[in-house]
Ligand binder design. Structure first.
Ligand code: ZN
Length: 136
């Protein structure tokens, strides 16, 4: 997944603050999703510790990557809809609803302030916690 230079800057800013914002385990899970070494089947399949890269939670036969987990999978829908709605509220205030995609959820956006990016990440990490999908 290509990354913009600005996301590296944002990540550096975020890394200085995010530990104070959320429990460490949620920061770790979020980072694992960002770098492709999570417990999602697509990540585990790549390193040979899963026999399948498909999602075993929704039955849709889709590859279980971060995009599927956050934006497509029908499992744990309540937490995901809540995350989607709260992030949409942040984006709609600035007319930026079109930014809601997997890159925003994983890396943030240089079109948002640092505080807005932290709010987005807080909602993402709350959704990760509520999903109970990841051991940790
Ligand atoms: Zn699924």
């Amino acid at each position: 997944m290509p990354r913009k230079a600005s996301t590296y800057i944002l990540r550096a800013q975020y890394d200085t603050l995010h530990i104070k914002q959320q429990p460490r385990n949620l920061n770790i899970l979020h980072t694992k999703l960002r770098i492709g070494c999570s417990d999602l089947n697509a990540d585990k399949f790549l390193i040979g510790v899963s026999d399948t890269d498909l999602c075993e939670h929704c039955g849709e036969g889709e590859v279980e990557n971060a995009n599927h987990f956050f934006l497509e999978c029908g499992s744990n829908l309540v937490a995901k809809v809540e995350m989607h709605d709260k992030i949409t509220d942040i984006l709609s205030d600035k007319g930026l609803v079109h930014l809601l995609d997997i890159d925003l959820l994983l890396y943030g956006s240089d079109q948002l302030s640092l505080d807005e990016n932290i709010q987005v990440f807080n909602h993402v990490q709350h959704s990760i916690k509520e999903s109970n999908r990841f051991a940790n």
